[in-house]
Design a protein around this ligand. Structure first.
Ligand SMILES: *Cc1c(COP(=O)(O)O)cnc(C)c1O
Length: 416
């Protein structure tokens, strides 16, 4: 089927959850994707932070091929050879003690919320005064299921589904006074995306993160760090919290964990793990042989190829080049991020939309989040030459935007 027929069929048969770009990819190699008309696109989004090793990576292809010849699934009623190896790796890399495997980000976050509630229950049985409330941050994004969405800030994601999980209060981002004012013995967990992704690439301040840690320590509440987007090397360290030297009690991983296969993980320390008992939580597919084998191969590849250092080096170069643009066009753009998780804020939502579209027209994939923020989540494999391609395209688009008389870009003229 060609793109037009697929578009027509989707319009009729799919639930209308997505606004897709009119592009259909059919293959990929390295950091490039090829569309159905044979055009190659430089990918600086990696499928929203998933395809960290790009496309057609031999380590992933081999892991899939080898494991598919042995076993795909047996259920969590039996042992298989992949879980222990991966759990050992992940606990070492994150400084956590235990892992629960699942299939997506929101599932990992649900497990985190459930564990925090169950843990508070254990503390109550032991005679402590501790409630069931969660504090989450403004502009947070934790996923779409009923618990995750309850801790997600944007009203439009949450309110149509009310009542979502009760007992959540939002704290102003990086506002320590607001955090202290809202914290009490009622709170069983503080929810933090150490580097907010969907919210527009905003890092928490070290002071705020430390204050959250101290408040949790004062009552036995748990500190939950959502690293679904920022974890697994995206920021040049295995988790973003490692940049702060502050250890949460629970963390969640997903997007790049299995290099493109669906997989999530919730990790915790022994104190939190006390609350889990056989049968209390589970999943049919989570931690299956294929996902475990591929995730282990992804971690090995990141380690063996020195990719964390590469993410830091090329990520810093990328950020430096974008900051150069911000000096050239200070009235239009400002830049922030860590490693290869970078946001460029455009001063006007309509302009940001036009810029994102024009980058796609130039066959460079980025996306726009939080209305005004151009988001870059490239595969870890990008090199400086790819950064240069993207930054000069962006420079040209911004220059044309300034020259245009209206704030929005003149559609056809800017394609050149
Ligand atoms: C993407 C994301 C999620 C949700 O992950 P899904 O796999 O889409 O359910 C949760 N938290 C953060 C920080 C994310 O970026």
């Amino acid at each position: 089927m060609d793109l037009a027929s697929i578009q027509a069929a989707e319009k009729k048969f799919l639930l209308e959850t997505y606004e897709r770009n009119p592009v259909m990819f059919v293959s990929g190699k390295g950091v490039y994707l090829r569309d159905s008309e044979g055009n190659d696109y430089l990918d600086l989004l990696s499928g929203i932070g998933v395809s960290a090793l790009g496309y057609g990576h031999p380590a992933i292809e081999n892991a899939i091929a080898e494991q598919s010849k042995k076993l795909l699934h047996t259920s969590n009623l039996f042992f298989h050879e992949g879980t222990a190896t991966l759990a050992l790796k992940l606990t070492e890399l994150t400084g956590m003690d235990r892992v629960f495997f699942c299939n997506s980000g929101t599932e990992a976050w649900e497990a985190a919320l459930k564990l925090a509630r169950a843990h508070a229950g254990v503390l109550r049985e032991e005679g402590k005064t501790i409630g069931t409330k969660f504090l989450a941050l403004e502009h947070s994004f934790h996923g779409r299921t009923m618990g995750s969405v309850a801790t997600t800030h944007k009203d439009k994601y949450r309110e149509p589904f009310a009542p979502v999980m009760p007992d959540v209060e939002f704290v102003r981002f990086n506002d320590i006074e607001d955090l202290k004012a809202k914290f009490s013995n009622d709170v069983c967990g503080i929810c933090i995306e150490v580097l907010q992704g969907e919210g527009g690439i905003h890092p928490v301040s070290k002071e705020f993160f430390a204050a959250a840690r101290a408040l949790c320590d004062s009552t036995g509440a748990l500190l939950l760090a959502d690293e679904i987007q920022s974890g697994m090397g995206r920021t040049g360290k295995w988790t973003a919290y490692q940049h702060f030297g502050i250890q949460p009690d629970i963390t969640t991983l997903a997007k790049p964990l299995a290099g493109g296969l669906p997989m999530g993980a919730m990790l915790c320390n022994e104190e939190a793990a006390r609350a889990m008992k056989p049968g209390l939580h589970g999943t049919t597919f989570g931690g299956g042989p294929l996902a475990c084998a591929v995730a282990t191969a992804v971690i090995d590849e990141i380690e063996n190829s020195g990719l964390l250092a590469h993410v830091t080096e090329v990520g810093n170069y990328f950020m430096g080049q974008l900051k150069g643009l911000a000096v050239k066009h200070p009235e239009i753009i400002s830049v922030r991020g860590i490693g290869m998780m970078i946001g460029a804020e455009i001063n006007d939502a309509e302009l940001a939309k036009q810029v994102a579209k024009q980058m796609t027209d130039r066959r460079i994939l980025i996306n726009r989040t939080s209305e005004t923020v151009l988001r870059f989540l490239p595969p870890y494999l990008i090199e400086k030459k790819h950064v240069n391609i993207a930054v000069s395209a962006l420079d040209e688009i911004l220059r044309q935007a300034k020259e245009a008389t209206t704030p929005a870009l003149a559609g056809e003229a800017a394609h050149g």
